[in-house]
Write a protein that binds this ligand. Sequence first.
Ligand SMILES: Cc1cc2nc3c(=O)[nH]c(=O)nc-3n(C[C@H](O)[C@H](O)[C@H](O)COP(=O)(O)OP(=O)(O)OC[C@H]3O[C@@H](n4cnc5c(N)ncnc54)[C@H](O)[C@@H]3O)c2cc1C
Length: 447
Amino acid sequence: MAVTDYDCIIVGAGPAGIFAALEIVTKSEGKKVLLVEKGKDLAGRDRKEIFSGWGGAGTYSDGKLNISRDVGGFLNEYKAPAELDELLAYADGLYLKYGAPAEIKGHDREAVVKLEEAAARAGLRLISFPIRHIGTDRCLGLLKNLRAELEGKVDMLFDREVAEVITANGAAAGIRTLDGAEFRSDFIILCPGRIGARWLQEVARKNGLQTDNNPVDIGVRVEVPATVLSQVTDVVHEAKLTYNSRKFDDPVRTFCMNPYGVVVKERNAGFCTVNGHSYSVRKSENTNFAILVSTVFTEPFREPIAYGEYIAKLANLLGGGIIVQRLGDLLHGRRSTADRIKRGALKPTLQDATPGDLSFVLPYRYVSDIIEMLEALDRFAPGLNSPSTLLYGVEVKFYSLRPRLTGALETEIKNLFAAGDGAGVTRGILQASVSGVIAAREALKRM
Ligand SMILES: Cc1cc2nc3c(=O)[nH]c(=O)nc-3n(C[C@H](O)[C@H](O)[C@H](O)COP(=O)(O)OP(=O)(O)OC[C@H]3O[C@@H](n4cnc5c(N)ncnc54)[C@H](O)[C@@H]3O)c2cc1C
């Protein structure tokens, strides 16, 4: 069996893996790096495999770079604020270099302060931060440039799934792929993304690594006429608003706001959920965003991912896919029908959704939290809590179990690093990229 030696092996070609590889080859000379990806190379990718392949889950994403310590991950638990700010600026600079647009949204401080005040009066907190919006249609070009940069400098294997991490004397020693090939290296950076989270969990279990429970976020995608939110989205592009529900004291937040965007169906393994996009050129007349309720389950329950999947599957079972309901129908305790939706003021951007009743799917606690949040949002942006507001369900965000990591994202196994969404330390493109840089820098220092 062929065994090949490398200075560093990176698993996963999403933002974390790509930025780890980029960091090593641009900051050193002659280092042999292997990048192993179970999905396709960029040229062979299609939307059927949205989570796997060159660019990872970010390839067909909206490409919003959230330049923030507080959004898109938990790296603030591993790095001091000043150092993290520097890392975010560094990774953002690289995106700019490889094709992200120069424009940054959310910088008119005076207008932002006014919005923050209005949010506070409505019982909400507005978290504002600059955003660089690549746009789904520009993401592919940017990833092509990154691919070209690494061509010839990094060995890349596609359609090859890593099955096992090999260790020796408590340190990283190599990997074994599903087809039995072995590759040796003293440094391994695991960046398998959410799609590889279960695999990483298995690696942790086999190697006796400790893990911590992350939350599961469950909710709906809301669609309103773009004009209802334009005074907000013209200033901050994406309004991240948080709320603590009165009845259950649950943390509720808005997520992934897409001004003039479209609602999309997202295929997961064995079930589908809802999401949203906005294109840099193509515009709709609607704005969509998610309302998510965050739950951290306590002992003895340790299956937040299974719980979220169960609820998504229930929606699929009742609706044959995604369910769409007018808010007015939900509040009146009746299902939506195609006819009622047609009569509403708003035209849904997702055609492939079944009019139905979300109260058969979501537990009372979630419905109550979502209704309270919509009422608060209406005080901030009047018109949002309208009977014709559309709710699509369900939207679920899973966070991977987090292996216990050092400040350099090293696991309890020496020189074995874990970065990105799969390690549960990030949940967005920019922080995932930064996490790859953090692990790569530490590995380089020790090589
Ligand atoms: C529809 C959608 C829209 C999004 N929009 C945004 C946005 O606008 N802004 C934002 O910041 N974030 C967005 N995100 C999230 C963002 O894409 C992720 O946070 C980011 O891609 C995580 O990067 P990562 O490198 O950790 O993992 P991923 O991008 O998931 O990449 C992991 C890679 O590892 C590979 N892999 C997994 N296991 C193995 C294995 N065993 N062997 C080999 N390869 C393996 C996978 O195939 C995958 O290609 C969006 C996500 C989706 C799905």
